[in-house]
Design a binder for this molecule. Structure first.
Ligand code: HEC
Length: 252
């Protein structure tokens, strides 16, 4: 019995996996990320441009519920700029003295207000597909910022012989190649205040940098602590070595 069960378990464990994705996706594009490498940090002007792309384009469908408006001050926005951005959205508050809930403009302490009140409303407005919240998307997808950067630039005509289902769009970097999100960016879709030309590539880079910051705002602190710890460990190793030599000096 036991043998049989073992054999069965082995057969299941070593059975060839069914092909998961019928077609493989194209190799990801990469960009010159300021946050790459052991000493990389975010480039704040880039991340602020990315915030503009998120706010003017992506926020129509995607939430960013883990980021509060006050967090934007860390990106170099002034209090007033962050307040003005918050005030464009409305949140439900209350109850007031009469027990009724009411709407008020968002303030710095509020999190980014989602475009839809719940997932069902979001699906209903997007042909049945759910635009995921983008707060942690660079951590939730293999390839992180590279994936986002590629996905936004991966729209193209389907190759001959491939039919795209109604309501779907062909994207060479999306698993299965058919994505419900229509190409969200077009050249000059936003106007950057710093004069940077808003090409699709530039906007994809900027919004990926912003969403990387959103998912890991303390990256530079983490890296500098890591570096400090490495230096400490090297010094400590030297100290241990010297102590060992001194303690064992008389043993031959
Ligand atoms: C018109 C609505 C709409 C806009 C605008 C939009 N998206 Fe989407 N997005 C969607 C929908 C719907 C999906 C779900 C697609 C699916 O599952 O097929 C999606 C999916 C995604 C995904 C997940 C892909 C995956 O691997 O699962 C990412 C990342 C994404 N969008 C990023 C963005 C960014 C960044 C912007 C702004 C530049 C943006 N989207 C603008 C509707 C939108």
């Amino acid at each position: 019995m036991r043998i049989l069960r073992l054999a069965l378990a082995a057969a299941i464990a070593f059975a060839p996996l069914p092909a998961l994705a019928a077609e493989s996706t194209a190799p990801l594009l990469t960009s010159d990320w300021s946050f790459a490498g052991p000493f990389g940090t975010y480039d704040l002007p880039t991340a602020r441009r990315g915030l503009q792309v998120y706010a003017e384009v992506c926020a129509a469908c995607h939430g960013l519920k883990l980021v509060a408006y006050r967090n934007l001050i860390a990106l170099g926005l002034t209090d007033d700029e962050a307040k003005a951005l918050a005030a464009k959205a409305e949140v439900q508050d209350g109850p007031d003295d009469a027990g009724a809930m009411f709407m008020r403009p968002a303030v710095l302490a509020d999190r980014f207000v989602p475009p839809f009140p719940n997932d069902n409303a979001s699906r209903a407005a997007n042909g049945g597909s759910l635009p995921p919240d983008l707060s942690l998307i660079t951590k939730a997808r293999k390839g992180g910022a590279d994936y986002l950067y590629s996905l936004l630039q991966g729209y193209e005509e389907p190759p001959a012989g491939v039919t795209v289902a109604p309501g779907m769009n062909y994207n060479k970097f999306f698993a299965g190649h058919q994505i419900a999100m229509p190409a969200p960016l077009m050249d000059d879709f936003v106007q950057y205040a710093d004069g940077t030309k808003a090409t699709v590539q530039q906007m994809s880079h900027d919004v990926a940098e912003f969403l990387m910051w959103a998912a890991e705002p303390h990256l530079s602190v983490r890296k500098s602590i890591g570096f400090g710890v490495m230096i400490f460990l090297v010094l400590l190793t030297g100290l241990f070595y010297a102590t060992k030599r001194s303690v064992w000096r008389d043993v031959h």
